[in-house]
Design a protein around this ligand. Structure first.
Ligand code: ATP
Ligand code: PYR
Ligand code: K
Ligand code: MG
Length: 641
C-alpha cells in the first residue's frame, strides 16, 4: 500500500509546538514554503546553527517535515524509496543557552530529503507557560492513574519506580474483592485467570471484581485469560485441595468416568487415549516433574503406576510421559491447540472484555493467526491481545514466527520444563525473552518463581536469584501462579517480586549497563520505520541526557511499546486516550500508563498533561522530559515549565 507522506508529516499544521512566532524563528527559510507567513518572522539571535548558509535557531525539538515546495507528488512512492531511512541529524556544540543548556541539533539535508527542523519549545516568554488558557482548560479535565502508581511516583521520584510488570494468577486464595485489592495495592498489573480451573461463573465474578476495583479505585489492572489447551491433565481429586503421593506407593491413573467418590489412590485422566498411548516402563511426570511415577501395569482403562519421586498432587495438574529419555508425543501431539472447550472459553473471554488471551501449548503461528481473525470478526472494535504461551517443543521450533504473529509471549516454564530437559529451560528462557524484545512483543516469565512461598513466608535464595535473572534479562513481566492462586502468602510473594525487581533494576542503572542488544528494524511501512527511529533516538537521548522521564502520546500504544523496547534508564509516561489501551500497556516494561483525552495539537497536549501532573505533584517545574508522539512524529526535549 502506498504511504501517504502527508499523513505522518503534517506540514500544513506544522506550528504545533510553541507559539507561532517561536516556530517561525525555527524554520529555516530554505525549507519554508515560499508563501509562508512564517518566513517574515525574525530569526532568533541567541544560538544559531547553520543549515547550508541559512541561520537557524537552536531548539530542543526535532520534527520531520516535508516542506510544501517539496510537496510529495502523486508519484510519492518512488520518491519515498529514495529516502535515506535515517534521520539526517547531526549534533554540534554551541554556546550554552539559558533555555537550551544541553542539546543542540543541526539539520543537515539535501533538497530531496525530509528535513530535521528545530523549533523553540517554549520558554517562560513564548511557549508552554504562556498558554494559560490551555492550562486552565486542562485543569478542568482529568487524567487517570491509579493511587498506587501515584504514591510510588511521589515517594520515590520517577527514577526509582518499578519497571518490571507483575502478573498474579487469581485462585481461591485471592478471588475476593479485598484480596484483589490487596494485590492491586501490592503492584499487580495484570490478573490472570486460568481456565484449567474453576467454572466460568467463578471466573466471571473475578473479572467483575477486578473491573469494579478499577472503576471504584482508579486502578488499571488488566485481565488475562489463559486457555486450558489440549494438554493431558489429572482430574480434580474428588474435591480434595491436594493429595500426597509417597515413595513406592501404587496409584491408578484412569480414563474411566467415576461417580462422585474417587477410589483411594486413584487419579482421573482427561485424555481418552491415555491408556493406549502409555507403555509399561514409561515415566509419568506430574506438573512438569514435581512428582514422578513409573508405569508398572496396564489394565484396560486403568494404568497402575508406582511413585518414584514423592510430592504433592494438585487438582488438574498436567501430565506428560517420557520413554527412553524423550517426551512421548503419540496421538496427543495431534490434539488441537484450541479445543472445543477452549473456543467456548474464548467466547466467554471476548464477551467479558478480557484484555489478553494467553493460548496454552501453541505449536505454530497458524493458530495465533486463526484466533486473531476470530477475535476481529467477533468483536470489531475489540482489542483483545493474544499471548502465545511457549511451553512445548513445537513452539520452540517455530519460535520467531509464533512471536511475530502474537501480541506477546509467555515463557511457561512449568510445562516447558516437562517437555525439554530442565537444564535447557534457562537457555530457552533467555532466547525467548531476547526474540520478544527484538520483535517488540511483551514477554512474561512464568512459573515457580517463588514456588516455596506457596507454603512459606520467605523465598529461598535460589528463588530470589531466579527472579533477579528474569529482571536482569529485562523481561517485561513476572508471573505468580500457585503462589497467588492457592498459596498461603500471596501478598508477600508479590512484595518479593516487587522488591527484587526494583533492586535489580536499580543495580542495572547504577552499573550503567546500557543495552548492547541489537534491535533490528521491524517497521513494515516507512511511517513505522520513522516511529521506530524516533523512539530509538529518544531513548538514547534520554539516557545520555539523564532526563527524568520520557513522555509518549499514543493512541494505539504502539509508540509507547517502541520506547519500552529500548529499555531506557528513565520511566516512560504513556498517555493514551482509551481505557483499554491503558490497561494493555500495563504489561510492558517501564511504561506508566495514563488515560487522558488529547487532541492533535501537541502543544495543548503537553500543556494539559504538565498541568494535570503538576497539580497532582507527580512532576515539578524543572524536571527534564523528552516527549514523543504518534500524533505528530517528533522528539522534544524540555524542562517542565
Ligand atoms: N481458578 C482456580 N480455582 C482453583 N484452583 C486454582 C485456580 N487457579 C489456579 N489454581 C491452583 O493454583 C495452581 C497453580 O495455578 P496455575 O495457573 O499455574 O495452574 P497450572 O495447573 O499449573 O496450569 P498452567 O500450566 O496452565 O499454568 C493450580 O495447580 C491450582 O491448584
Ligand atoms: C504458566 C504455564 O502454563 C506453565 O508454566 O506451564
Ligand atoms: K492454562
Ligand atoms: Mg502450562
Amino acid at each position: 500500500m502506498p504511504i501517504s507522506l502527508q499523513s505522518f508529516l503534517p506540514l500544513p499544521h506544522f506550528p504545533r509546538f510553541g507559539n507561532s512566532s517561536s516556530i517561525a524563528k525555527a524554520i529555516p527559510s530554505s525549507v519554508t514554503p515560499p508563501n509562508s507567513p512564517l518566513l517574515n518572522s525574525p530569526p532568533s539571535s541567541s544560538v544559531t546553527v547553520h543549515r547550508r548558509s541559512t541561520p537557524v535557531t537552536m531548539s530542543q525539538s526535532v520534527h520531520l517535515l516535508t516542506p510544501s515546495d517539496l510537496a510529495i507528488p502523486k508519484h510519492h512512492s518512488s520518491f519515498l524509496s529514495t529516502f535515506n531511512r535515517r534521520l539526517p541529524v547531526t549534533t554540534t556544540t554551541t554556546t550554552a543557552s539559558p533555555f537550551f543548556p544541553k542539546l543542540s541539533i543541526r539539520a543537515s539535508s539535501s533538497d530531496r530529503k525530509p528535513s530535521v527542523l528545530v523549533t523553540d519549545n517554549g520558554t517562560s516568554s513564548s511557549g508552554l507557560q504562556s498558554s494559560a488558557s490551555h492550562a486552565d482548560h486542562a485543569l478542568s479535565s482529568s487524567i487517570e492513574v491509579d493511587a498506587v502508581t501515584e504514591a510510588e511516583l511521589r515517594e520515590n521520584g520517577f527514577r526509582s519506580t518499578r519497571r518490571t510488570k507483575l502478573v498474579c494468577t487469581i485462585g481461591p486464595a485471592t478471588s475476593g474483592f479485598d484480596q484483589l485489592e490487596s494485590l492491586a495495592v501490592g503492584g499487580m498489573n495484570v490478573a490472570r485467570i486460568n481456565m484449567c480451573h474453576g467454572t466460568r461463573e467463578w471466573h466471571r465474578e473475578v473479572i467483575q471484581r477486578v473491573r469494579r476495583l478499577n472503576e471504584d479505585k482508579g486502578y488499571a489492572v488488566a485481565i488475562m485469560m489463559d486457555t486450558e489447551g489440549s494438554e493431558i491433565h489429572m482430574g480434580d481429586l474428588g474435591g480434595a485441595s491436594s493429595a500426597k503421593a509417597e515413595d513406592g506407593e501404587v496409584w491408578t491413573f484412569s480414563v474411566r468416568a467415576f461417580g462422585s467418590a474417587l477410589p483411594e489412590h486413584t487419579i482421573n485422566v482427561n485424555y481418552e487415549g491415555f491408556a493406549e498411548d502409555v507403555k509399561v516402563g514409561d515415566e509419568l511426570l506430574v506438573d512438569g516433574g514435581m512428582v514422578r511415577f513409573e508405569v508398572i501395569e496396564k489394565l484396560g482403562p486403568d494404568v497402575k503406576c508406582k511413585c518414584t519421586d514423592p510430592g504433592l498432587l494438585l487438582p488438574r495438574a498436567n501430565l506428560t510421559f517420557w520413554r527412553d529419555g524423550s517426551l512421548v508425543r503419540e496421538r496427543n501431539a495431534m490434539l488441537p491447540t484450541i479445543s472445543s472447550k477452549d473456543w467456548l472459553d474464548i467466547d466467554f473471554g471476548i464477551a467479558e472484555g478480557v484484555d489478553f488471551i494467553a493460548v496454552s501449548f501453541v505449536k505454530s503461528a497458524e493458530v495465533i493467526n486463526h484466533l486473531k481473525s476470530y477475535i476481529a470478526a467477533r468483536s470489531r472494535d475489540s482489542d483483545v491481545a493474544v499471548i502465545a504461551k511457549i511451553e512445548s517443543i513445537d513452539s520452540l521450533k517455530n519460535l520467531e514466527e509464533i512471536i511475530q504473529a502474537s501480541d506477546g509471549a509467555m515463557v511457561a516454564r512449568g510445562d516447558l520444563g516437562a517437555q525439554i530437559p530442565l537444564e535447557q529451560v534457562p537457555a530457552a528462557q533467555q532466547n525467548i525473552v531476547q526474540v520478544c524484545r527484538q520483535l517488540n512483543k511483551p514477554v512474561i516469565v512464568a512459573s515457580q518463581l517463588l514456588e516455596s512461598m506457596i507454603e512459606y513466608p520467605t523465598p529461598t535464595r535460589a528463588e530470589v536469584a531466579d527472579v533477579s535473572e528474569a529482571v536482569r534479562q529485562r523481561a517485561d513481566a513476572l508471573m505468580l501462579s500457585g503462589e497467588s492462586a492457592m498459596g498461603q502468602f500471596p501478598e508477600k510473594s508479590l512484595a518479593v517480586l516487587r522488591s527484587v525487581s526494583v533492586r535489580i533494576e536499580r543495580w542495572w542503572r547504577e552499573e550503567k549497563r546500557h543495552e548492547a542488544m541489537e534491535l533490528p528494524a521491524i517497521g513494515t511501512s516507512f511511517s513505522d520505520s520513522i516511529s521506530e527511529e524516533i523512539c530509538i533516538s529518544a531513548a538514547k537521548m534520554a539516557n545520555n541526557l539523564e532526563v527524568d522521564a520520557l513522555f509518549v502520546y499514543t493512541k494505539t500504544g504502539h509508540m509507547a511499546s517502541l520506547l519500552s523496547r529500548c529499555r531506557p534508564d528513565c520511566p516512560i509516561f504513556a498517555f493514551t486516550n482509551t481505557t483499554s489501551v491503558r490497561r494493555r500497556l500495563n504489561l510492558q516494561w517501564g511504561l506508566i500508563p495514563f488515560r487522558v483525552s488529547f487532541s492533535d495539537d501537541m502543544e495543548s497536549n503537553l500543556n494539559k498533561t504538565f498541568s494535570l501532573l503538576k497539580a497532582r505533584n507527580l512532576i515539578k517545574s524543572g524536571d527534564l522530559v523528552i516527549a514523543v508522539s504518534d500524533v505528530l512524529q517528533c522528539i522534544q526535549v524540555m524542562n517542565v515549565p
